[in-house]
Design a binder for this molecule. Structure first.
Ligand code: SF4
Ligand code: SF4
Length: 423
């Protein structure tokens, strides 16, 4: 009941869980069903979910293991973000929607993976962000605002022309793309590999690998739209639902059975949010697993030695969220001439690049970027190449390499590009 007079402890008016909306308490009835005057159905749903989350947040022991694991606490800045502190403030109703705290979390999953009480921190964050995005309850960074309005208007976050989404594929002279007999296999390209000049190289490498392995596959071309991962994690539920509908309708129309995504973000959002639980209409997997299969089954033959030292940056949405850590390493070790060295933080303990949870759309100042910590660890391995398997990680890391001459000796590559070099 937003806007009603409120006295602490006035139980007939509802319970105060500490949520504040435009400065006023949001009181929820004891049965936890949220009724907010003049609010949309979606808002009511979000509040109901939030009141449930609140009960889980209440279990927090304040042990601080989440903060220990959070990459933000490794940054040497004044505005250090701490999930433990955030939860405490949330319980006390002290969350400041007008501050930046809501946007520091990159959804890397480190806190959730170590929390002894399984507090769903990322989901709580998503619902709080939803209040800002859909109800205007607080501060929304300008760059994030632009990405969101672009997704609403152009179905991609960079104001790119939807009709040019498949232009990257036009120069490819390959045999297997969009043959009639695709066995229902789809390559979901994603926004960054479709539009970004550097990202396009990953899309081309993945496509050429499929071609060399003789796998017939389909792709949606101009009909593909943003998967909606960053949009959902930024709290724009309505736009996410629209994007999801467009993609899933295209899958059904084209008889798609297996979706392989270049980006682990597209994979994660499709796996967890595109289909109802237990609905196994489509198999969704990250491209790296198909690449692993193509190599282990002998469909791809590596015959050119690549004499380099490499280290692998685990994307959070492969490692911490989905426990895919051994396959990329197996692939790298199978390449002739490659020496794999691990960074101090690797596999499920890897440090986030900062691009998840909408982070790729935020401008972080020098000294406040998680990539700087990651690249310092790369330097200490003396690796020639920093390999990753996510277009967002690649973009974030390479951007910092270009803008900071300390990291000049490091080459950043996607694993598809490296494998292609060996063929
Ligand atoms: S790790 Fe879990 S229980 Fe411990 S402070 Fe963080 S959220 Fe609370
Ligand atoms: S998801 Fe990652 S960035 Fe967000 S609070 Fe947890 S550890 Fe920190």
């Amino acid at each position: 009941m937003v806007g009603q007079d409120y006295k602490k402890g006035e139980s007939e008016a509802g319970l105060d869980y500490g949520w504040r909306f435009q400065g006023k308490p949001v009181l929820l009835p004891e049965d936890r069903s949220a009724i907010v005057d003049g609010s949309s159905h979606l808002m009511q749903m979000a509040l109901t979910e939030m009141s449930k989350e609140y009960f889980s947040v209440e279990r927090c022991l304040q042990c601080g293991m989440c903060t220990e694991a959070c990459p933000n606490t490794m940054l040497n800045t004044n505005s250090r973000f701490s999930p433990r502190k955030f939860i405490q403030e949330l319980r006390l109703g002290l969350i400041d929607f007008s501050g930046e705290d809501l946007w520091f979390c990159t959804n890397c999953g480190s806190c959730v993976s170590v929390c002894p009480y399984e507090i769903p921190f990322i989901d709580v964050m998503k619902d709080l962000r939803n209040l800002v995005i859909e109800q205007g309850a607080g501060y929304l960074p300008q760059s994030l605002k632009s990405a969101i309005s672009s997704c609403r208007r152009y179905q991609n976050p960079w104001m790119e022309d939807p009709n040019k989404r498949a232009d990257w594929s036009k120069t490819l002279n390959i045999l297997t793309l969009k043959k009639d007999n695709t066995d229902g296999v789809l390559l979901f390209v994603g926004c960054l590999p479709s539009y970004d000049e550097r990202g396009k190289k990953i899309a081309k490498a993945a496509t050429l690998l499929l071609d060399k392995a003789g796998i017939n596959f389909d792709f949606l071309g101009e009909k593909e739209v943003c998967c909606g991962d960053g949009i959902l994690r930024s709290g724009d539920y309505r736009t996410f639902e629209k994007l999801k509908k467009i993609n899933t309708e295209s899958f059904e129309k084209r008889g798609i059975k297996k979706v392989y995504t270049i980006s682990p973000h597209c994979f994660d959002v499709m796996k967890n949010h595109y289909f109802e639980k237990n609905e196994d209409k489509f198999l969704v997997a990250p491209f790296i697993l198909l690449l692993y299969e193509m190599l282990t089954e002998g469909r791809l033959k590596i015959n050119k030695p690549i004499n380099k030292i490499v280290t692998f940056h685990d994307p959070c949405f492969l490692s911490k969220h989905n426990h895919i850590v051994s396959e990329p390493r197996e692939i790298l070790k199978s390449l002739p001439g490659i020496e794999l060295r691990e960074m101090e933080h690797h596999s499920v303990k890897s440090i986030c690049c900062g691009g998840g949870g909408g982070g790729i759309w935020l401008d972080r100042k020098k000294g406040e970027r998680l990539t700087e910590i990651r690249l310092e660890e790369t330097l200490s391995t003396k690796a020639d190449i920093l390999v990753t398997a996510c277009p967002l990680c690649l973009s974030m890391l390479e951007d910092t390499v270009k803008n900071d001459n300390r990291f000049e000796p490091i080459e950043v590559m996607d694993i598809c590009e490296l494998v292609l070099e060996g063929i």
